[in-house]
Design a protein around this ligand. Structure first.
Ligand code: SLL
Length: 154
């Protein structure tokens, strides 16, 4: 791969989660009785930008209590939706398009189900949606010429 020396390209993205408690009076009967929340964990562009021109796939490694805890998403939306009862650290491994000739990068996100303030029991009754997300930038140092062309066209 021919690389552009001394050049860096970066792109913003967001990763995080959103979790919503089940309404006890209106619970889907198919859901495991111990599960208190439905949640999603995601990697996405800013303002809905499609980032699949540089992000090829994402592997979300869930807590080992989940069946098939390694979830691979090969196209947007790069997200996993599940139900559960507990908070845990999600490992998010980002794979880049082959033109990038870059190794995958791993980031971590803490899946929050409960609000920070007050006690957990009280919050369950309030049934709040809890979101937690981080803004990041991916940095490609000395990008390949083909990646450079992809990133700078359109
Ligand atoms: C805790 N250390 O104890 C954490 C682990 C794991 C959450 C939380 C599993 C759902 C299922 C689930 O919600 N795991 O498949 O039953 O709080």
């Amino acid at each position: 791969h021919v690389r552009h020396q001394g050049i860096s390209i970066y792109r913003p993205f967001v990763y995080g989660s959103v979790a919503k408690p089940f309404d006890p009076s209106n619970r889907p009967t198919t859901i495991n009785a111990e599960h208190t929340h439905q949640w999603s964990v995601f990697v996405r562009g800013i303002d809905g930008e499609d980032i699949s021109y540089w992000l090829r796939k994402v592997q979300f490694k869930l807590h080992e209590t989940y069946p098939n805890s390694l979830r691979t998403v090969e196209s947007p939306p790069f997200e996993v939706t599940e139900t559960g009862w507990g908070e845990f650290e999600v490992q998010i491994k980002m794979y880049f398009v082959p033109e990038a000739a870059e190794k995958p990068q791993t980031i971590w996100h803490f899946l929050r189900l409960h609000p920070w303030d007050g006690d957990v029991e009280g919050k369950k009754l309030r049934r709040e949606t809890v979101g937690s997300q981080s803004y990041e930038e991916i940095l490609f140092n000395e990008p390949t010429e083909t990646l450079y062309d992809i990133m700078t066209s359109g």
